[in-house]
Design a protein around this ligand. Structure first.
Ligand code: NAD
Length: 312
């Protein structure tokens, strides 16, 4: 795959991140956006980021920032952007119709063998690709923000996706240093957001019911569960947490787990008085003005950089 061309359609936050990830693996990246000037602006931003990463010795891959930049081009014309590509990563707004239209247009401009991949976070493959004729080459490659440091990519097939397409996407993601996982079939929320929403729901209920403060429930994750989840998942955690492994764990703890799970409340409404209260509480900790949010995001990304390095 090395040296091949990937086209990134949509040059916002995620399009730029994908471009940097593919460049780090030595791929040529052609970036397209339908908003004039947006794709060339993305190049300016990527140059700045790659140079900063190089200075901080955090640049991914074996190439220098200059070498990676030489592989990157921007295009205001879709046909030109798609020329020679073997893989198209779509990163336009999270809007079903916009994505359907993009894939319809793209399909008309590429050959049968080109893989069509979407970054969608929440839309189902069977909807995203419904206007594509040959859906055997379609797949969702869902990244996690920021993809440069959080390497997981969820690969979600359309019901018609060929196994070979899944395998090729898997190889590409591995080759550029991401950590792909395969879903065997489509499901709303994929895997990551289903787990994330379960955590959000119970955290919300505990704060809403006055059991714990916003500050403290976040500490339960950041100082507790999150410490191990950066390295081992929930199933391995179970396996390691009883002397004789999983079967032993289930024997000891499954009754207790079921008892607690049965006390979980309904899906929260995320509105009204509880929402107002939780908004107030988090905004007292981190005011919602841009300067505060930006500095907390910078802190998050810096910490994630360190963690990514540690995981290496
Ligand atoms: P964004 O708003 O930053 O960027 C979208 C870009 O797409 C803009 O530059 C826009 O001009 C361009 N665009 C819109 N319509 C287009 C079209 N028809 N053709 C070409 N370009 C077009 O959005 P984002 O945050 O980068 O999200 C992009 C996708 O990635 C979404 O599907 C989103 O769900 C997914 N995603 C986002 C995150 C995240 O945390 N932001 C994480 C994972 C996945």
């Amino acid at each position: 795959l090395k040296g091949k061309i990937v086209t990134v359609v949509g040059s916002g936050l995620i399009g730029r991140s994908w471009a940097m990830v593919f460049l780090s693996g030595g791929y040529m990246v052609k970036i397209y956006d339908n908003k004039p000037g947006q794709a060339s602006g993305a190049i300016t931003e990527i140059r700045k980021q790659l140079e900063e990463l190089q200075q901080a010795k955090m640049l991914r891959g074996n190439l220098t920032a200059a070498e990676q930049l030489s592989l990157l081009s921007s295009h205001d014309d879709l046909q030109q952007a798609l020329e020679g590509a073997f893989f198209v990563q779509e990163c336009v707004f999270e809007d079903l119709e916009a994505k359907q239209t993009v894939f319809h247009e793209v399909e008309n401009l590429v050959t049968e063998s080109v893989i069509l991949s979407s970054s969608t976070s929440c839309l189902m493959p069977s909807n995203v690709f419904s206007r594509v004729q040959n859906r055997t080459r379609c797949i969702i490659s869902h990244p996690v923000n920021p993809p440069y440091y959080v390497r997981l990519v969820e690969l979600v097939p359309h019901p018609e996706t060929l196994p070979a397409v899944m395998e090729l996407a898997y190889s590409l993601m591995t080759d550029v240093g991401q950590a792909p996982v395969r879903l065997r079939k489509e499901i709303d929320g994929f895997a990551l957001n289903r787990v994330q929403y379960a955590i959000i729901a119970e955290s919300w209920r505990l704060v809403q019911d006055g059991v714990i403060s916003v500050k403290d429930i976040d500490l339960v994750m950041s100082e507790g569960l999150g410490m191990r989840y950066a390295f081992i998942g929930p199933i391995e955690t179970m396996h390691l947490n009883a002397p004789e492994g999983m079967a032993d764990y289930l024997q000891r703890y499954s009754e207790g787990i079921k008892r607690v799970l049965n006390t979980f409340g309904p899906v929260p409404d995320f509105s009204g008085e509880p929402a107002a209260r939780i908004i107030k509480e988090i905004c007292e900790l981190i005011p919602a003005e841009q300067e505060h949010l930006t500095s907390r995001r910078e802190r998050r990304d810096q910490l994630l950089r360190g963690l990514a390095k540690l995981k290496e």
